[in-house]
Design a binder for this molecule. Structure first.
Ligand SMILES: NC(=O)c1ccc[n+]([C@@H]2O[C@H](COP(=O)([O-])OP(=O)(O)OC[C@H]3O[C@@H](n4cnc5c(N)ncnc54)[C@H](O)[C@@H]3O)[C@@H](O)[C@H]2O)c1
Length: 273
């Protein structure tokens, strides 16, 4: 039997958390570093990543977090990024695709056309969302393959959402100006399929690929929205970003060694009724 400390250990493993400056993204990066990994936070908003790292109390975790600028819509940048990782570390164990497009990387900006309603949804917003969420995840995974193969295998996790599994419930948004747009759900559903496709095609290379589907996290939403969301969640509340640390540690570590092509839904029960 492997002891708990070994089963969940990520000692000396190099893991990329793309979109790691985000709310859930940074919480995941922290726990992976705490489990011993060197974590490369690859994000378009490196200022936010740097700020969050400097606010950390643990020197040990801080020292295991590295920030690199990357726009996942640029294939050229992605190729250069992996060349750099290959040169600097020579090896790669894991990739977490955690980024997503929401109009403004820092806040829910209701003036963004990302939030437009179904009948007037602009095709440019549709393209932007799929460009980041789906094409970005595909390219990040595709370009990781040579390094993962060279390292003897590894793990990829794509972040989907409850809304990649079921349709958005528009009754919860009220007058908030936010909603969950059509492009978000379609791109997030496609990621579940991307994981399955990659899982079956890369199993022979000892590369496991899974999806993590989170539910909504508290993030200064309006009181009305939170109340509505909580009422529709069996656990009666939204999530805290830290509640995705256990699931990502499980998915990235040997604790999930027989799991590939799967979708781990962690949503307080939202999709259970
Ligand atoms: N937070 C939630 O309530 C929630 C709920 C369900 C699913 N999710 C999913 O979980 C994942 C992580 O969520 P989060 O809370 O960390 O999101 P977040 O919005 O806080 O962070 C997203 C990160 O992606 C980065 N990003 C955006 N465009 C990029 C690009 N072109 N290239 C590189 N980086 C880019 C942003 O700079 C940001 O740091 C997302 O994929 C999201 O869809 C989140």
């Amino acid at each position: 039997m492997k002891r708990t400390s070994k089963l969940f250990s990520l000692n000396d493993r190099i893991i990329i958390v793309a979109g790691g400056a985000g709310q859930i993204g940074f919480a995941m990066a922290q726990i992976l570093a705490d489990a011993g990994a060197t974590v490369i936070i690859a994000d378009i908003d490196t200022e936010m990543a740097g700020q969050k790292i400097s606010d950390l109390e643990s020197t040990q975790i801080r020292e295991r977090l590295i920030v690199k600028t990357l726009d996942v819509t640029s294939e050229v940048q992605i190729k250069e990024f992996y060349q750099e990782v290959g040169k600097e570390f020579g090896t790669l164990y894991g990739l977490v695709n955690s980024f997503h497009f929401k109009g403004n990387t820092r806040k829910l900006d209701t003036s963004s056309n990302f939030f437009a309603g179904l009948e007037s949804y602009p095709s440019e917003a549709w393209d932007q969302v799929h460009d980041v969420n789906l094409r970005g995840s595909f390219l990040m995974a595709q370009q990781a393959i040579p390094l993962l193969k060279k390292s003897g295998g590894g793990v990829i996790v794509n972040l989907s959402s409850t809304y990649g599994n079921v349709s958005a419930n528009k009754s919860i948004y009220g007058d908030s100006g936010i909603n969950s747009p059509v492009s978000y759900g379609t791109s997030k559903a496609a990621l579940i399929q991307l994981s399955r496709y990659l899982a079956t095609h890369l199993a022979g290379e000892n590369i496991r690929v899974n999806t993590l589907s989170p539910g909504g996290v508290y993030n200064n939403q309006s009181e009305e929205f939170v109340k509505n969301y909580e009422a529709l969640t069996p656990l009666g509340r939204m999530a805290r970003a830290e509640e995705y640390q256990g699931p990502i540690l499980f998915l990235m570590s040997d604790a999930s060694s027989y799991m590939t092509g799967a979708n781990l839904i962690v949503d307080g029960g939202w999709t259970a009724w």
